[in-house]
Design a protein around this ligand. Structure first.
Ligand SMILES: Nc1ncnc2c1ncn2[C@@H]1O[C@H](COP(=O)(O)OP(=O)(O)O)[C@@H](O)[C@H]1O
Ligand SMILES: [Mg+2]
Length: 323
């Protein structure tokens, strides 16, 4: 470890400069990775993320999120990842790909040295409620990196010029330290493109954004999620290193999800098979809500066990609502 990095750590500590501290810490971690000290690098990354010790986690300070020009509102929500991939029921393909990516991202430096391109820009697509946002957060959790969630509607300004500079600000932020950055509901950008009055302007914003993503050389992993693949034109796809499908769950997936969510819940011999087949065609989020709703009904009625009737009542409500 170079003296310069140590000095920078100490300086940042005294200046309470969280971002500078992270930058210096990150450099040290990368250096250790460069020396193939993966176990040490991973431990350092975890410590930086505040994982491992409850008392440390409680005081982890995260950098302030990037703000819009006036500094009025945050452009991203920056948080410690609360999920792991194990919490999720994912298709085999996604499960394998995400595990691969977690390993690969830790070894980016090796890829760099071998001249093999990193997969650093990922597009997640599929119907709402099938785990895109959750999986991005879970990947951050696997890596021990903070999760920066960018909701496109908080970036899109009524002044289109501002939209592009907001996006620039987020990417500048992602240049400072390692984050898993998710541009969520990414199609919000594409969607406004058909509005004739703003069409040309918005097209320019989309183009500018894609170029920003394309030329990004920072330390973060960039992800974008969309529910409406049809709204993105082919120029968009090509900018991403990987396009990952999050399909609706199969009945088998729904069964697994129900089983996991009911594992520690006392219930009255609920027929999980039957429930899963009745949920066919609905997203994972619907199955999750069903369990919460049934548990809520039981609790409020003072029943110690969730009953089949609780599930029937909850089922009707879940079915009736749009997903
Ligand atoms: N594949 C999944 N496995 C387990 N839970 C899921 C899955 N997909 C969604 N959920 C649950 O549904 C909710 C919404 O999921 P989210 O990740 O926001 O979906 P999306 O981003 O695809 O719309 C989350 O609270 C999550 O717990
Ligand atoms: Mg989402």
């Amino acid at each position: 470890m170079a003296g310069r990095q140590l000095k920078e750590l100490f300086r940042a500590f005294h200046a309470r400069d969280e971002l500078a501290f992270r930058r210096a810490a990150q450099e040290i971690i990368e250096e250790e990775e460069g020396k193939h000290h993966y176990a040490l690098a991973r431990d350092l990354q975890r410590l930086l993320a505040g994982a491992g010790r409850a008392d440390v986690a409680a005081v982890t300070i995260l950098p302030d999120p990037p703000k819009d020009r006036e500094g009025d509102w945050p452009l991203a929500e920056v948080r410690e990842a609360q999920r792991t991939l194990e919490d999720l029921v994912l298709s085999n393909r996604v499960q394998v790909l995400f595990s691969e990516l977690a390993e690969e991202v830790r070894r980016w430096q090796e890829l760099d040295r071998a001249g093999i391109p990193r997969r650093q820009r990922l597009l997640l697509q599929g119907p709402p409620g099938c785990g895109k946002t959750s999986a991005a957060e879970a990947l951050a959790g696997e890596l021990g990196w903070p999760f920066a969630l960018v909701r496109l509607d908080s970036v899109v300004s009524s002044y289109l010029g501002e939209t592009a500079s907001n996006l620039r600000r987020v990417l500048d932020f992602a240049n400072e330290a390692r984050f898993v950055v998710l541009f969520d509901e990414f199609d919000a950008l594409g969607r406004s493109r058909d509005d004739s009055s703003e069409h040309g302007e918005m097209k320019r914003v989309v183009t500018a954004f894609l170029q920003m993503i394309d030329s990004y050389r920072g330390p973060s992993l960039l992800m974008a999620a969309t529910n409406h693949p049809g709204l993105l034109d082919t120029a968009l796809w090509r900018r991403f290193d990987e396009v990952i499908e999050f399909p609706l769950p199969t009945v088998h997936d729904l069964r697994r999800l129900l089983r996991v969510r009911l594992r520690s819940v006392p219930h009255d011999k609920i027929d999980i098979e039957d429930l899963a087949s009745r949920l066919r065609g609905l997203p994972h989020a619907a199955a999750e809500k069903l369990v919460w709703d049934a548990r809520r009904l039981a609790l409020l009625a003072g029943r110690p066990k969730v009953t089949t009737d609780d599930f029937s009542a909850a089922y009707d409500a879940v079915r009736a609502r749009p997903w």
